[in-house]
Design a protein around this ligand. Sequence first.
Ligand code: TYM
Length: 333
Amino acid sequence: MPTQRVFSGIQPSGIPQLGNYLGAIRHWVRLQSDYSCLFCLVDMHAITVWQNPEELRHHTLTQAAVLLASGIDAQKHILFNQSAVFAHARLGWIFNCITRLGWLNRMTQFKDKTGKDRENYSSGLYVYPNLMAADILAYKATHVPVGEDQKQHLELTNDIAQKFNHDYSVAFFPQVKPLIPPTAARIMSLRDGTKKMSKSDPSSQSRIDLTDDADTIRLKIRRAKTDTAPLPDHSNDLTERPEAKNLVSIYAALTNTTIDHVLETYQGKGFSVFKEDLTEVVINAIVPIGQEAIRLLKNETYLLEILRNGADRASTLANPVVSEVEKIVGFLS
Ligand code: TYM
């Protein structure tokens, strides 16, 4: 049986937030017992929109610290930053030449990010999904755990793999399987239940950062937007109440239960009671991770060493794959 390999990535464009944790990171931690895994801090993706260089460096180290603090095992598995492994850029370019413009024009994330101002965004942001496909396929990864917002990019990855195999008459790249969690696959902003929670949102009140302390979390949840009605007894009655649904989803995800089960306890109650309990649940899950991450961040040399070691091991896996691709394409070796 071929290796069952997990690959996933996170952009160091800010401090990881609760959505990253519930949609991705905590599943990465669990998958470590069944798969051989690579976790990548995708700094090359981050610069598709402007990043202050000092902040990019700081956020990359912070993300490494948060992942380790969450339970990523960098000895058994591989944790590294993308730009340190040249194979990603080499394969990314080849995929730029495989993907059709029509495919990229359908990417909803690009449309959402750029809105009416498309002409002013970088060409890197436009071809971003090709680099993402390269990240995964440079390792011939088979499983990719992500939040729901990445689903379309993974479908594109499979289209690219298939077109490459077809154009060069090879059976080289596998099809990848997205692993999307059944609950909390899309955590929304605390200020606007129709917008995704995001580490790059200008309002820090819209999200819970994984390094927030208990008081900050308390304040953010107290200020989180809600409505005036009490909680209903069934999840169907939350469809028109995005902010309420979001908070209940967070509670359900962190207590490993369903939205309906949470509503059994809180039906008829108002948000003051629910928010207080939610605050405790969030603090218990997040604060120990944040504290450990802050402790690890004090030892930059240690973090750099882990990432360097990860990049060496990742290169050993990816280089032969990408060299083989270059041979298939007809590059001199
Ligand atoms: P990024 O950095 O936006 O997010 C990292 C992971 O967190 C998930 N996520 C969320 N899940 C639930 N609710 C939210 N509000 C939320 N926000 C983010 C994302 O789905 C993701 O799983 N393009 C990717 C990074 C990437 C990648 C890859 C992922 C680059 N190459 C290869 C997988 C495989 C991104 O921007 O993630």
